[in-house]
Design a protein around this ligand. Structure first.
Ligand SMILES: NC(=O)c1ccc[n+]([C@@H]2O[C@H](COP(=O)([O-])OP(=O)(O)OC[C@H]3O[C@@H](n4cnc5c(N)ncnc54)[C@H](O)[C@@H]3O)[C@@H](O)[C@H]2O)c1
Length: 430
């Protein structure tokens, strides 16, 4: 006889696997109401949470303390009491830009080892349509010896949070839910409705929910790629792109995208999951990959523009000293993963320049370990030939263009990648 999903939310014991940017806020929301176990293989992460600290800055100490039913652990055995598992581990790409399923496979193995009849496994990690049931479920079946949709059930509910964004937090964002059977879908939907004030959207299948998430980021990626292509055209025409976008933006249906570096591990990575699957089934996704190519080339484009700007100002390029302001993948956020500022730095170094980096948000040790970049401890004065504002942290906005220019020599140039300052306060904008 088939098992049934937990009949009531009161009987639920949640296990969250992976306590990162996505998993921790989720664990805190559930942990305010329901018994919740947060599991992470990174012992340092468990230790910092035990000390009431979240280095991702998504959850503060008071919020962490408010989750009175939440316990965090690095021991797999601690998951044994759980009957609902929510997997929130990373989904990166490898050096060939192919999906790297290692974290999801490991997490599926962990779940399989502790799973019992009637349990529900929900995936939140971003994947391509079909991945949950084709890649993860077979591992869970193998490890547990249980049968999918007979002994245990699955769900998929993609995460939509935007790190560093305090206006759109987990409970305020409509959540897409889905399940492997109608009863599982109802259960997953009811579970999330406990914590999501904004409500839920129950998709018709796990594959629909998976596809919905991956196209959200693909659409953003492509829209930014179009603006990035326009920025390259307008720079050759000697037109300031932001002025064009502001003029075009007065039309009601012109979309307000801006040019820029497309880093982070969502917009710059997720489309490759979709293109991988498309190619596997014999469809070559020309448009999506063209957008990826343009966005991946923006770091080199920025550096080349800086070099041309310096040349026009008769600044000798080889051995010039350049200060890059900002290293994180976006403003007011400490996340350094997949930052494309490193492409600007690499290209500038390729021209023979000496590049320093200052970022009041970035973690110095992580910058050293991941990118071999030594972050400056403070903003220097009077030292540089060129300054590249790469990330629009609020500290840079508050200091203003004149104070940032003071880091340079009297004739230094300032290139504003983020269109943070008015055109007349900088030498060039992207
Ligand atoms: N960060 C975002 O803005 C965001 C938004 C929406 C969706 N997503 C998606 O959510 C997923 C998670 O992203 P994230 O940013 O939270 O990642 P993250 O790197 O911040 O956190 C992942 C956590 O999982 C842990 N982990 C890795 N393998 C594990 C395993 N086998 N068992 C237990 N713990 C394990 C890591 O130690 C880490 O603490 C990804 O698929 C991502 O694409 C992220």
């Amino acid at each position: 006889m088939s098992a049934a999903v937990p009949g009531s939310l009161d009987a639920v014991h949640i296990g969250i696997i992976g306590l990162g940017y996505v998993g921790l806020p989720l664990a805190v929301e559930f942990g305010r109401q329901l018994p919740t176990l947060g599991f992470d293989t990174n012992r340092a992460r468990i230790a910092e949470l035990a000390a009431g600290r979240d280095h991702t800055l998504e959850v503060d100490a008071n919020e962490l303390a408010s989750a009175v039913h939440l316990r965090c652990s690095g021991e797999l055995d601690s998951l044994r009491d759980c009957n609902v598992y929510i997997v929130t581990v990373p989904t990166p790409i490898d050096a060939f830009k192919r999906p790297d399923f290692a974290p999801l496979l490991n997490a599926s193995r962990s779940v399989g080892l502790t799973l019992a009849r009637g349990d529900v496994v929900i995936f939140e990690s971003t994947v391509y349509p079909g991945a949950t049931e084709e890649v993860c479920i077979p591992v869970i079946e193998r490890e547990s010896g249980l049968t999918y949709n007979v002994d245990f059930f699955a769900g998929y509910s993609p995460e939509r949070i935007n790190p560093g964004d305090k206006a759109h937090r987990l409970p305020d964002i409509v959540k897409v839910t889905s399940g492997s059977t109608p009863a599982a879908a109802d259960f997953v939907d009811a579970l999330y409705r406990r914590i999501i004030r904004a409500g839920t959207h129950k998709a018709s299948s796990i594959r629909v929910a998976e596809a919905a998430k991956v196209i959200e980021n693909t659409q953003r990626d492509l829209n930014i790629a179009l603006i990035n292509e326009l920025a390259q055209i307008f720079s050759r025409l000697g037109i300031d792109t932001l002025e064009v976008l502001e003029a075009a933006g007065t039309k009601w249906n012109f979309l307000p995208f801006r040019p820029g570096l497309v880093g982070g591990h969502c917009i710059g990575v997720d489309p490759y999951y979709l293109t991988h699957k498309a190619q596997e089934i014999g469809y070559h996704p020309d448009v999506i990959l063209a957008g990826r190519r343009i966005n991946d080339g923006m770091g080199a484009h920025v550096a080349q523009r800086v070099v041309r700007l310096m040349t026009r100002h008769r600044i000798h390029v080889v051995d010039a000293r350049v200060l890059v302001l900002g290293l994180t993948f976006k403003e007011n956020c400490p996340d350094l993963r997949n930052t494309r500022v490193v492409d600007v730095i690499d290209e500038l170094r390729g021209f023979g320049m000496q590049v320093d980096v200052y970022d009041p948000w970035g973690d110095a040790q992580q910058a050293r370990e991941e990118y071999a970049i030594e972050l400056l401890p403070a903003l220097p004065q009077g030292r540089y030939d060129a300054i590249v504002l790469a990330v629009a942290h609020r500290e840079f906005a508050q200091l203003g263009a004149a104070a940032l220019r003071a880091a340079g020599k009297p004739d230094a140039v300032l290139f504003d990648v983020k269109n943070l300052f008015p055109r007349d306060q900088v030498d060039e904008r992207l």
